[in-house]
Design a protein around this ligand. Structure first.
Ligand code: ATP
Ligand code: MG
Length: 581
């Protein structure tokens, strides 16, 4: 079975069970500044899992492209990829465990014809927050899974959510496949790596509240995710994701270009193949290599691929060839990447040219080191363009250490970029251009200035979302503001409103914006010239940000600013909701 067959089989199966097929969402999450990329099929559906009505109904299915930056270091093993596809089906307050598990089982054993002897499952063991998930285990048993093949595990393995500190969450049940040709052990030992996790059914039946209690959820949802590449591998009797039709052409191309054999350089081949594939998908969503956020991940992937390409003595421009191969594999399933191929090749070639100039000398510098101080790591980063993760990897290979703490300090000291805000500001940050949202947009700039004044310069914007009613603003900070700080920020903003300062806009180069200490995205994908909005004039400038606008002309018309709510958005990121009255 190949990838297009598997995708089709999955979607057809659930369509027949009353699900609407929805398209894959973007790899860039909309309205979620807390993570860089879509990491699972459920991610773009969070609002609907929280109760919003989905236009396609209560039963959905899709193949979703995902990027997991947390798995990058794992790449090279048999099962962890940076980019992968997740096949999923959802019940938004509709069917429950019975149907969900029955259909998972039916799909695995009847559609994919996986023998029962090859399967094992895990269920939630229960703890002080929620009871053991006997219900799921019983359904599996009724379907024919033996007791010894059902493991009960705790929260760390068999529990999902909530996504932030509060919200829907619940137990899950995971399905595993015995990947060896040998007879699978009768008893399922989840520690045994020959059992590969292929599918996960999550049952969102609880709501965690602000005081940490778990209550029964009003809307109970099912969310499932099957790893496309892993399933493809096991169906074809392969013990790793690289020997499938979504990788073999890339592996072959690397063999052809390098004149070396995959079996002799497995790790390098795998890293290059995975990283170029992920890069193609990222670059085709208009991400450009840079030193921050999404762009940094792209840069890190490309530079690591280039370094491993050097080990294989790949010819110059090998990435362009591999990009074409990736596009051949995915062009039909994801037409976007076919359309953007020329742009992607250009962007990647530019990045490669930049890095190839410094890589060799950088490696020579690295070779001189007995251990890597923060200053050394920073020098490798700044002068030779080594992403810190690359220095760490090199150090690991050589058996020496890197002083990460000191590196971070060096970076912060040297880096104007630490003041960058997120692309969230540009992308989807502004819901519409009504008078109300325009006002709130200006107030977001004032609030950022206030937060930095009261809390410190570490505060940078992590995202924003504006409706006509309110401003939602995420920023880097670890603690809740106390009432005095809230008041100080409010007074700061209201003070500027009272002064009725002018708001002006000027187009300039990034260079100039940086010189003027403007906040915002410096390595942006919005072209060389940027708009810079300034509040105040002369020596009374209170805010200066790179921003698409629009903004009000004077602060005097903004009204009265009030912070309505504070919450945690993710680790190290706080969220404020504020209004103008
Ligand atoms: P693992 O423990 O193996 O890392 P996970 O618990 O992180 O898996 P889930 O978050 O449950 O996985 O994701 C659902 C499915 O997506 C998994 O069952 C697996 O088949 C697939 N999957 C997860 N991470 C990856 C990855 N990095 N590469 C390829 N497939 C993956
Ligand atoms: Mg994982």
């Amino acid at each position: 079975m190949d990838s297009s067959e598997l995708r089709k089989k999955f979607l057809d199966f659930f369509e027949e069970k009353g699900h609407k097929i929805i398209p894959s969402a973007s790899l860039l999450p909309e309205n979620d500044p807390t993570v860089l990329f879509t990491t699972a099929g459920m991610h773009p559906l969070v609002a609907f899992l929280l109760g919003e009505k989905h236009p396609s109904g209560k039963r959905l299915t899709d193949a979703q492209k995902c990027i997991r930056t947390g798995d990058i270091d794992e790449v090279g093993d048999d099962t962890h990829l940076t980019f992968f596809e997740m096949l999923g089906n959802w019940s938004l307050g509709d069917y429950w465990k019975d149907e969900a598990i029955k259909w998972s089982f039916e799909f695995l054993t009847e559609e994919l014809k996986i023998p029962l002897e090859k399967l094992a499952v895990s269920c939630f063991a229960g703890d002080e927050d929620a009871p053991k998930d006997e219900e799921s285990a019983e359904i599996w048993e009724d379907l024919g899974i033996k007791k010894q093949r059902i493991a009960f595990l705790d929260k760390e393995d068999n529990w999902w959510g909530p996504a932030g500190e509060t919200g829907p969450c619940g137990p899950d049940t995971e399905m595993f496949y015995w990947k060896l040709d040998t007879l699978a052990p009768e008893t399922f030992n989840p520690e045994d790596k020959n059992w590969v996790e292929i599918w996960n059914d999550v049952f969102m039946q609880y709501l965690k509240d602000e005081s940490g209690n778990y209550m029964g959820a009003k809307q109970k949802n099912v969310d499932t995710g099957m790893g496309m590449e892993r399933t493809l591998a096991v169906l074809n009797g392969k013990n790793n994701v690289y020997e499938t039709d979504v990788f073999l052409p890339i592996i072959k191309k690397i063999e052809e270009l390098s004149g070396k054999e995959y079996s002799d350089y497995q790790k390098e081949f795998r890293i290059i193949a995975d990283h170029i594939k992920a890069s193609v998908f990222l670059a085709s969503e208009q991400i450009m290599p840079s030193n921050v956020e999404h762009g940094y991940i792209l840069r890190r992937l490309l530079r690591r691929a280039i370094r491993h390409g050097m080990i294989l003595e790949m010819p110059n421009d090998f990435l362009s060839e591999l990009i074409k191969t990736v596009v051949k594999i995915y062009g039909d399933a994801y037409p976007d990447i076919k359309e953007s191929v020329d742009g992607v090749i250009f962007v990647v070639a530019q990045e490669a040219e930049k890095f190839e100039k410094t890589l060799e000398t950088g490696l020579r510098e690295f070779e001189k080191l007995d251990n890597v101080s923060g200053k050394d790591a920073f020098n490798l980063y700044q002068t030779y363009g080594f992403p810190i993760e690359m220095t760490e990897e090199l150090a690991k290979e050589k058996g020496i250490t890197v002083d990460l703490e000191e590196f971070k300090k060096e970076l912060e000291q040297h880096q104007e970029l630490s003041r960058t805000a997120s692309v969230g500001m540009f992308k989807g940050g502004l819901a519409d251009n009504s008078e109300e949202t325009t006002k709130l947009h200006t107030v977001a700039h004032l609030m950022l200035a206030g937060l930095r004044k009261i809390l410190g310069e570490h505060v940078v914007q992590k995202g924003s979302n504006i409706t006509a009613e309110r401003l939602r603003f995420d920023f880097a900070h670890t603690e809740k503001l106390n009432s005095e700080q809230v008041e100080d920020v409010e007074n700061f903003v209201n003070g500027i409103i009272e002064k009725d300062l002018p708001v002006s806009c000027e187009e300039m180069t990034l260079e100039k914006a940086r010189e003027l200490n403007a906040m915002g995205v410096f390595e942006s994908k919005y072209g060389e010239k940027v708009k810079v909005y300034t509040v105040g004039e002369g020596d009374k400038i209170v805010s200066r940000e790179i921003c698409g606008g629009p903004h009000v002309d004077r602060t005097g018309i903004l009204g009265h600013f009030k912070i309505k709510k504070q919450e945690s958005s993710s680790a190290g990121v706080r969220r404020i909701k504020a209004t103008l009255e």
